[in-house]
Design a binder for this molecule. Structure first.
Ligand code: ATP
Ligand code: MG
Length: 697
C-alpha cells in the first residue's frame, strides 16, 4: 500500500520529511501512531533506509505488536518494532560476549525474592506489599539514573512522596544491587544501563552498532525516562535520524520517572528538526472532542502551557452522559446493563471498555458483568480473585470459617448442657479483624502497592457488608461460600469481551464505547495525589480516558462505596464545570449546605463558611488574600485586638474567593453580619475594587 495514502497534509509532511530529526507534537487521536508507521514505510519505499536499518520503539509489548501488524499491512514486514527493554535485551545478548566476555547474565526471574533478600540483610520489612513498594522505588531510581548513594538526597530534593522511609529504601537498594551482581543476574533496568555502558565505552561495539542501525522512531515519547533517553542517545551516537511523536498532555508515568521535557525540548536539541503539529482528531466525535478540550483546558500550572486543542472532524455522535449513583454496586449494575444493551444492539463487545483508576475497582464490575451475562477481558491487571492478597485473604477466611464451625459445634453441645451462649461479633467486624494482619490497617497506607492491597481487601469487607445486610445471621462460612461463588462466576470462560482496564493500561488504545467509572474525589484524582503536580497528572489520566472513546462516552460515579451506605463521597473535582450541576445548585448559586463549586455536601464549619468543600481548590487570588490579611493585621494592631476578632482566616478567604462588589454581597458571606458590615464593609470593598482595577489594567 502507498504510504502516502490516507494521510492529511500535516501527517504527510511528517511522513515525507527527509531522514533526519522529526518531531510530531499532537493531541490524542490525531494520528501520531498512524503517522510514524507510514513514515517508516515511506523511508523504506523511498530507498532512504533498508528495512533492517530501522528500529521503532514503543512502550508496551502490545503496542509493539500492533505496530508490526500495521507495518505488515503497509507492505514493510520485518521492521523491528520493540519496547526499549526488548531492544536492549537483544542488543546486549549480541554484544556481551565481545564487550564483557562469556554469555549474557540471565534476567532476574523472581525480582521480589531478590528484593526480599536485600531487605532482610538490612532489617527492612519483607511482606509482599512492602517488597513491591521497595521494588518500584528501586525501579524509579534506576529509571531516573539515581544511584543508591544519592537516593535519599534525591527524594528530598524532588519532594517525592514515598510510603517507605528514604534511608531504608537506599539501604535496600544498595544491598539489592550487590546481591544481584553476586548472583550474576540482571534486572530489566540493567538491560538498558548495560547497553548504554557498552555502546558508550566500547568503540568497536559502538561502530558496529552504528553501521547496523541508522534510523530510529519512538512512539509515546512524552513518557520517556532519563534512562531510556540515555539509551536512545547511545543508539544515535551523535547522529540525528530520529522521529519522535508524543502528547505532553498524556504524560501519565511521571511517578515512574518519565518526563515530557525531552519531547518538548526536542527542537532545541535538534534546531534543524522538522516539527509537525497535528490538530484534527480522527478518532472521536465532536461531542467527545469538545469534552476532551474542556478537560485539558482546566489544567493549571506548568501543564497549562502544554495544552493543545483538538479539532473535531468526524460526524456528530451522542452527547457524553453523566450519571450519579447511590453506591458502587448500583453504578456497576447500570454500566453492565448498558453494555448488555449495546451488545444486543450490535456493538461488538470488543469495541466496549470500562476504564477505572485503580485495579481494585475492577471486582465490582467483574461481578456485575458476570451477573449480566457479559463476557469481559482484563487488560494490564489480574482478575480480582487471582490477586495474591485476595488468594491469601481467602485462605485466611477459609481457615477461620473452619475454626468457627468447630467452635460452634462445641458450643451447641455446651448449650445443651447449660443453655447459655456468648454472642459473637458481627460478620463485618470479624472479617475486618481477620484481614487486618494481612494488610487491612485501620488507616489506609499512603500509596503504592500497600495501598492497592489495602483497597483490594476493603473490597472484601464491602462484600461482607452487603451479605450482612441481606442476611444478618450470616457467618464467616456463608461469607466464604459467597466469595467462592463470585470467584467461580468470574472464572467462567469467555472468549473476548468487554475490556476492563485501568486508565494507565488504556493508553494508545481506542473503543467505540467507553465507560469512565468511579469518578469520585479520592479516586480520580487519587487520594494520595496531594501536590498540585500530582493532581495535574491525575487530570491527564482523565484526559487519556476521555480520548479513548470513538463514539460513546459515559461518565459515572457513586456516592457510597457500599449498598445503602452513607453517601459521603463527592464526584470528581475534574467534573466541575463539565458535568451538569446537580439540581440543587442550579442557577449558579449553591443550595444551602452544598459546595458552590461541586455541589457536594459541606461538613466542617470552615467548609460551610467558605461555601466550598475541602476537595475543591480555592479560586482566590493569593494577592487579594495577602492584601486583606495585611489590612487586618494593621487594624488589629491599631485596636489592640487579636486578628480573628476582626475576621477569621476562613472569612477572609471566603471574601477573596467570592469577590463581593457591594454590601449585599458581603452580607451573603457567613461570618459577616450587620455589625461587621458597618465596621469594615467599606474598607474591604475598597481593597477588593483596588485589586480588581490593578488586575484589569
Ligand atoms: P493517541 O494519542 O491516543 O496514541 P494517536 O495520535 O496515536 O492517538 P492514532 O491511533 O494514530 O492516533 O489514530 C487515531 C485514529 O484515527 C485511528 O483509528 C486512525 O486509524 C485514525 N486516523 C488517523 N489519521 C487519519 C486520517 N488521516 N484519516 C482517517 N483516519 C485517520
Ligand atoms: Mg498513538
Amino acid at each position: 500500500m502507498d504510504p502516502l495514502v490516507g494521510l492529511d497534509d500535516e501527517q504527510r509532511a511528517a511522513v515525507m520529511a527527509p531522514s533526519g530529526p522529526v518531531c510530531v507534537l499532537a493531541g490524542a487521536g490525531t494520528g501520531k501512531t498512524r503517522t510514524i508507521t507510514h513514515r517508516i514505510a515511506q523511508l523504506v519505499a523511498s530507498g532512504a533506509h533498508p528495512v533492517d536499518e530501522m528500529l521503532a520503539v514503543t512502550f508496551t509489548t502490545r503496542a509493539a505488536g500492533e505496530m508490526r501488524l500495521r507495518l505488515r499491512a503497509l507492505g514493510v514486514p520485518g521492521v523491528q518494532a520493540r519496547t526499549f527493554h526488548s531492544a536492549a535485551l537483544r542488543q546486549l545478548r549480541y554484544f556481551w560476549p565481545k564487550a564483557v566476555g562469556g554469555q549474557l547474565w540471565p534476567v532476574v526471574e523472581q525480582k521480589l525474592r531478590l528484593v526480599a533478600l536485600a531487605a532482610r540483610r538490612v532489617n527492612a520489612g519483607t511482606d509482599t506489599a512492602t517488597l513491591r513498594d521497595l521494588a518500584s522505588e528501586i525501579e524509579w531510581a534506576k529509571a531516573t539514573l539515581i544511584a543508591p548513594a544519592d537516593y535519599a538526597a534525591s527524594v528530598t530534593k524532588l519532594g517525592r512522596d514515598t510510603s517507605i522511609d528514604a534511608a531504608t529504601v537506599a539501604k535496600v537498594f544498595e544491598a539489592y544491587e550487590k546481591a544481584k551482581v553476586a548472583a550474576e543476574q540482571l534486572d530489566f533496568d540493567d538491560l538498558l544501563l548495560h547497553t548504554c555502558a557498552v555502546l558508550e565505552s566500547d568503540e568497536a561495539v559502538g561502530r558496529e552498532f552504528r553501521a547496523r542501525y541508522r534510523c530510529f522512531v519512538v512512539d509515546e515519547y512524552q513518557d520517556v525516562t532519563p534512562l531510556q533517553q540515555r539509551l536512545l542517545d547511545a543508539w544515535l551516537g551523535g547522529r540525528d535520524q530520529l522521529t519522535v511523536v508524543g502528547d505532553a498532555n498524556q504524560t501519565i508515568y511521571s511517578f515512574a520517572g518519565a518526563s515530557p521535557k525531552y519531547l518538548l525540548n526536542f527542537d532545541r536539541k535538534y534546531p534543524q528538526a522538522a516539527v509537525v503539529r497535528l490538530e484534527r482528531d480522527y478518532r472521536s466525535t465532536p461531542q467527545v472532542v469538545t469534552l476532551a478540550n474542556r478537560v485539558i483546558a482546566g489544567a493549571v500550572g506548568e501543564s497549562a502551557r502544554l495544552r493543545l486543542r483538538l479539532r473535531p472532524v468526524l460526524p456528530d455522535g451522542p452527547e457524553p452522559t453523566y450519571t450519579e449513583h447511590p453506591d458502587e454496586a448500583a453504578e456497576a449494575r447500570a454500566v453492565s446493563e448498558r453494555c448488555r444493551a449495546l451488545i444486543d444492539a450490535g456493538t461488538p463487545a470488543s469495541e466496549i471498555a470500562i476504564l477505572f483508576r485503580i485495579n481494585a475497582q475492577s471486582e465490582v464490575y467483574e461481578q456485575a458483568l458476570a451477573a449480566a451475562g457479559v463476557s469481559y477481558v482484563i487488560r494490564g491487571g489480574e482478575r480480582f480473585f487471582a490477586r495474591a492478597e485476595i488468594r491469601q485473604a481467602m485462605s485466611t477466611l477459609r481457615t477461620a470459617a473452619g475454626r468457627f464451625a468447630e467452635v460452634d459445634a462445641e458450643r451447641a453441645s455446651a448449650e445443651d448442657a447449660d443453655g447459655t451462649t456468648t454472642p459473637r461479633p458481627g460478620l463485618v467486624t470479624t472479617v475486618r479483624a481477620l484481614l487486618e494482619p494481612i494488610g487491612l490497617s485501620a488507616d489506609p497506607p499512603a500509596a503504592g502497592a500497600l495501598r492497592e492491597r489495602w483497597e483490594s481487601l476493603l473490597e472484601l469487607v464491602s462484600v461482607a457488608e452487603q451479605l450482612a445486610d441481606a442476611d444478618p445471621a450470616a457467618g464467616v462460612g456463608t461469607f466464604v461460600a459467597e466469595l467462592d461463588q463470585r470467584a467461580e462466576a468470574q472464572h467462567a470462560p469467555g472468549n473476548g469481551g468487554v475490556t476492563l482496564a485501568s486508565l494507565h493500561a488504556a493508553k494508545g488504545l481506542e473503543w467505540t464505547a467507553v465507560f469512565l467509572v468511579g469518578l469520585t474525589d479520592g479516586t480520580l484524582p487519587i487520594q494520595h495525589a496531594d501536590t498540585p503536580a500530582a493532581v495535574e497528572e491525575e487530570r491527564r489520566l482523565f484526559y487519556v480516558g476521555v480520548t479513548r472513546a470513538k463514539q460513546q462516552l459515559h461518565l459515572s460515579w457513586a456516592l457510597s462505596r457500599t449498598e445503602g451506605g452513607r453517601r459521603s463521597r463527592r464526584r470528581s473535582r475534574f467534573l466541575q464545570g463539565i458535568a451538569p450541576d446537580q439540581p440543587a445548585a442550579a442557577g449558579g448559586r449553591a443550595a444551602p449546605g452544598r459546595c458552590r463549586l461541586c455541589s457536594g455536601p459541606l461538613r466542617s464549619p470552615v467548609e460551610i463558611k467558605s461555601g466550598r468543600c475541602g476537595n475543591c481548590p480555592s479560586n482566590a487570588d493569593p494577592a487579594v488574600v495577602e492584601a486583606l490579611k495585611a489590612w487586618r493585621k494593621q487594624l488589629a494592631a491599631e485596636q489592640s485586638v487579636p486578628a480573628f476578632v476582626i475576621f477569621t482566616d476562613a472569612t477572609l478567604l471566603a471574601i477573596a474567593e467570592r469577590q463581593p462588589s457591594d454590601d449585599a454581597g458581603l452580607l451573603k458571606i457567613p461570618g459577616i453580619g450587620r455589625a461587621k458590615l458597618d465596621n469594615y464593609g467599606e474598607q474591604v470593598l475598597n481593597i477588593l475594587s483596588k485589586h480588581a482595577s490593578t488586575t484589569s489594567s
